[in-house]
Design a protein around this ligand. Structure first.
Ligand code: BG6
Length: 493
């Protein structure tokens, strides 16, 4: 087996029981992530991966369905022909009907065969949220909820505060909060974790990370894909629920949070919670909803659902008072890119101002650009002197940390890290119930205030509707560059 990971943190031998084990999430994300970690040696041959599903399926059919989602791993230079077969040996298939309970005995026998206090037993509910409650009850009545058991669930965790609270109650009726791992897959992304490293493993940013030095923050999560096959799910959700309530608010938290005193699950989550609770409900003019032009045709009915949203957020605390956080996300936009841009304040006095208009390129503010995906990296935009004759000629230049150039290799998928953390018992990158509720408490009034308002239409391949947040001109947004790595402004000639 390939030795790809130089310093693998220890992961105890575990049982993963994936309920909905032959569904889309399991085949597209969970099993491929486990396969990568099998290749890396973290998932050993002592693991068991139990796929529980309503339909009976043979091992061969399961393998045939899974293989296309593992292509990248299968063709990795270090992967051997036999690796996939060895991996499949860890897989046990169990027929389980959550609602009737049929198959629960067989699952219980399998679980108890290896049950040991130091062997994590992880139940991943890869099923619709309406089945979270019944699944937990079934696990309880089957007698498989043990002190070493853990539960993994994933969004949508409700469609508003009340339904999220109800889901929390269902989970906590059977599992202790310390056993519950709520995934927001953005937290598993390498570049999102790097936000914490950037802020809290370096000293140079902290003294500038406040309203004295920062003018505003922009977060863009742009996708080129439309809603496609997911139209009916998406139409009940929309961009605010699908992206802002979870992924984008998590990014806001990581940018805005105070330094925790340890990198520890509750300390990190306490600080994020404080940010969520400090968010002020935006005015209507600070919410811009859009819908791409073909959306209704794709859906086959008329709809007020937004496929784009931009918001001006205010974090009401001492550090951030007066610093707007502009966030936007949408489908069918001009490029696929997620980026956080921190724009610093203009210099208080310009000693080079002679003969130069303040709109010149060489008078741009400093910016820190954190590219989350793709072409992951961090850039710091500075103003430099252009070498050579011609006097003090200034132009914008960049310090550029490209992840690819610096670290090389592949960036693991978010699910790999998150799945290994469930086995390690590390909840730092998972959402606590109070965090989920605080996010909904912020989102609910926005949904209520905008539900009846038709979204503005925008053309596919643009950056959303032409109208903008109130008080902002069209050139206000800093659009992600399509090639993050090689771009250099050419205005210094
Ligand atoms: C999901 C949303 O949570 O995140 C999707 O439901 C969205 O609508 C996806 O496309 C984006 O994730 P990523 O990792 O591709 O940025």
């Amino acid at each position: 087996m390939a030795e790809m990971m130089p310093q693998s943190a220890l992961v105890p031998d575990s049982d993963y029981i994936i309920i909905g084990g032959t569904g889309d999430l399991a085949l597209r994300k969970i099993f491929p992530a486990l396969f990568w970690r099998f290749l890396d040696g973290q998932v050993t041959s002592s693991f068991r991966l139990i796929a529980a599903a309503r339909q009976e399926i043979s091992k061969k059919d399961f393998a045939d369905r899974l293989r296309p989602f593992c292509e990248e791993a299968l063709y990795h230079a270090d992967t051997k022909d036999t690796d996939f077969e060895l991996f499949l040996k860890l897989v046990h298939l169990v027929k389980l009907d959550i609602l009737s309970g049929e198959g629960a005995d067989r699952l219980a026998t399998l679980v108890h065969e290896k049950a040991k206090a130091d062997r994590p037993c992880i139940f991943y509910l890869a099923v619709a949220p309406s089945l979270f409650g019944p699944s937990c009850q079934l696990l309880k009545s089957a007698g498989v909820v043990l002190p070493q058991s853990r539960l993994v669930v994933e969004k949508p965790l409700g469609h508003d505060y009340a339904s999220a609270e109800a889901i929390g109650t269902e989970l906590q009726a059977v599992f202790d909060e310390k056993q519950i791992y709520r995934i927001d897959h953005y937290l598993g992304k390498e570049t999102v974790q790097n936000l914490m490293a950037l802020r809290f493993a370096n000293v140079i940013f902290e003294s500038q990370w406040n309203n004295a030095a920062i003018d505003h923050v922009q977060i863009t999560v742009a996708e080129t894909v439309g809603v496609g096959q997911r139209a009916s799910y998406y139409d009940d959700s929309g961009a605010i629920r699908d992206m802002v309530q979870n992924h984008i608010l998590q990014l806001v938290c990581l940018v805005a949070m105070e330094p925790p005193s340890h990198f520890d699950a509750d300390q990190v989550r306490d600080e994020k919670l404080r940010v969520l609770r400090a968010l002020r409900t935006p005015d209507l003019g600070d919410v811009m909803r859009g819908q791409y032009q073909d959306y209704e045709a794709e859906l086959g009915k008329s709809s007020n659902t937004e496929t784009y949203v931009a918001l001006k957020l205010a974090v009401n605390n001492w550090r951030w008072a007066g610093v707007p956080f502009y966030v936007r996300t949408g489908k069918k936009l001009a490029t696929r890119a997620s980026e956080i841009v921190i724009t610093f304040k203009s210099k208080p006095h310009d000693i080079f101002a002679n003969g130069r208009s303040s709109a010149d390129q060489d008078d741009l503010p400093n910016r820190l650009i954190i590219r989350l995906q793709p072409a992951e990296g961090v850039k710091l935009q500075l103003i430099s002197k252009e070498p050579g004759p011609g006097g003090m000629r200034l132009f914008p230049a960049e310090l550029n940390l490209s992840f690819d150039d610096t670290f090389g290799g592949r960036l693991p998928d978010a699910y790999e890290r998150l799945l290994m953390d469930t086995a390690r018992g590390n909840q730092t990158l998972f959402m606590r119930h109070d965090e989920v509720l605080a996010a909904w408490a912020f989102i609910d009034p926005i949904l209520r205030d905008t539900a009846e308002r038709p979204p503005a239409l925008y053309k596919a391949g643009t950056f959303g509707p032409e109208d903008n947040l109130s008080g902002q001109g069209p050139s206000f947004w800093i659009d992600p560059q399509s090639d993050f790595r090689s771009e250099q402004p050419d205005s210094h000639s």
